[in-house]
Write a protein that binds this ligand. Structure first.
Ligand SMILES: *[C@@H]1O[C@H](CO)[C@@H](O)[C@H](O)[C@H]1NC(C)=O
Ligand SMILES: *[C@@H]1O[C@H](CO)[C@@H](O)[C@H](O)[C@H]1NC(C)=O
Ligand SMILES: *[C@@H]1O[C@H](CO)[C@@H](O)[C@H](O)[C@H]1NC(C)=O
Length: 263
């Protein structure tokens, strides 16, 4: 939304996938399906009560303005609803803050300009780890979570491990996601993915989507055939093979895994 457009809405306006939207209102209640943007008010103090799905959290970031610290005097973000909900403070350099639960209250003081907008996104919780020999981080965006597990298990067991932790064995849809995994955890490690060859086709099992015609990164050949003596039971896909590539292997081989969760 450019500023000219933002100016048309004198108080607070919202764009994005929101269920309840009334332009020209100052504050109110809002359910965030995916993401929403709120304009800071210039004429009055406003309080927004924001909720998302019960098993998700909220990620809040300032749009059009350098950092949270610069503008934090104009609003407080509260973890949860109601008077007792604690203020969430941004650490130095932090551009996104998270609630610990599915609701937030934003209390705006009226601002001298309309430039400030707050972006609110539904996010998944991302713990620091899933226990021993694991490491989790927000790898591809502010709302998703990826976890590497270094404990070696076969592909079926890794799938179960991810699911036991409320996640899915990874599906790598983009070169950016592939690169982020390699850059973060790639060196010297191999990880199972959810990609398997079934009825002659490679499928991301976790999302039930065909690998082709999507992004691929096989090595050393364009696609493992899985039909000669040597590789006919190589029907599961590993990443980290030969540095930064994908390879096929028999599914009972034991390797690490990458789990993921998207909102
Ligand atoms: C996860 O790995 C990163 C990068 O190697 C490291 O900085 C971080 O401390 C690790 N976190 C945990 C919980 O081990
Ligand atoms: C696949 O082939 C390898 C090598 O011949 C063998 O050790 C392994 O047991 C086979 N795995 C399955 C699931 O058939
Ligand atoms: C995976 O390993 C488990 C034991 O941890 C075993 O029961 C299962 O049969 C194995 N599955 C495959 C497909 O190799």
């Amino acid at each position: 939304m450019d500023q000219r457009f933002a100016f048309l809405f004198l108080f607070c306006s919202i764009v994005g996938h929101v269920a309840s939207f009334r332009s020209g209102t100052c504050g109110g209640e809002m359910f965030v399906e995916k993401s929403a943007v709120i304009d800071a008010p210039t004429d009055a103090d406003c309080t927004w009560k924001i909720e998302t799905e019960p098993d998700r959290i909220l990620a809040l970031s300032a749009v059009n303005i350098g950092s949270f610290e610069q503008v934090q005097e104009y609003f407080t973000i509260h973890d949860g609803l109601g008077l007792a909900s604690p203020i969430i403070y941004a650490n130095e350099g932090e551009t996104v803050v998270y609630t610990t639960q599915s609701s937030a209250e934003i209390r705006f003081k009226k601002m001298p300009t309309t430039q400030l907008q707050l972006k609110i996104q539904k996010a998944v919780n991302c713990p620091a780890d899933l226990g021993l020999e694991t490491n989790c981080t927000r790898l591809v965006d502010d709302v998703s979570c990826h976890c590497a597990s270094y404990t070696k298990r076969n592909q079926t067991d890794q799938k179960a491990f991810c699911e036991d932790n409320g996640m899915l064995l990874v599906s790598i849809e983009t070169p950016e996601e592939d690169k982020a995994i390699s850059d973060t955890w790639g060196l010297g490690s191999d990880f199972w993915t959810s990609c398997i060859k079934t009825f002659g086709r490679w499928v991301w099992e976790a999302t039930n989507t065909n690998l082709y015609p999507g992004y691929v990164n096989w090595y050393p050949i364009a696609e493992p055939f899985c039909n000669d003596q040597y590789d006919k039971n190589y029907t599961c896909m590993l990443i980290g093979y030969n540095g930064l590539h994908w390879g096929s292997y028999h599914c009972d081989g034991v390797w690490g895994a990458v789990c993921e969760l998207h909102p």
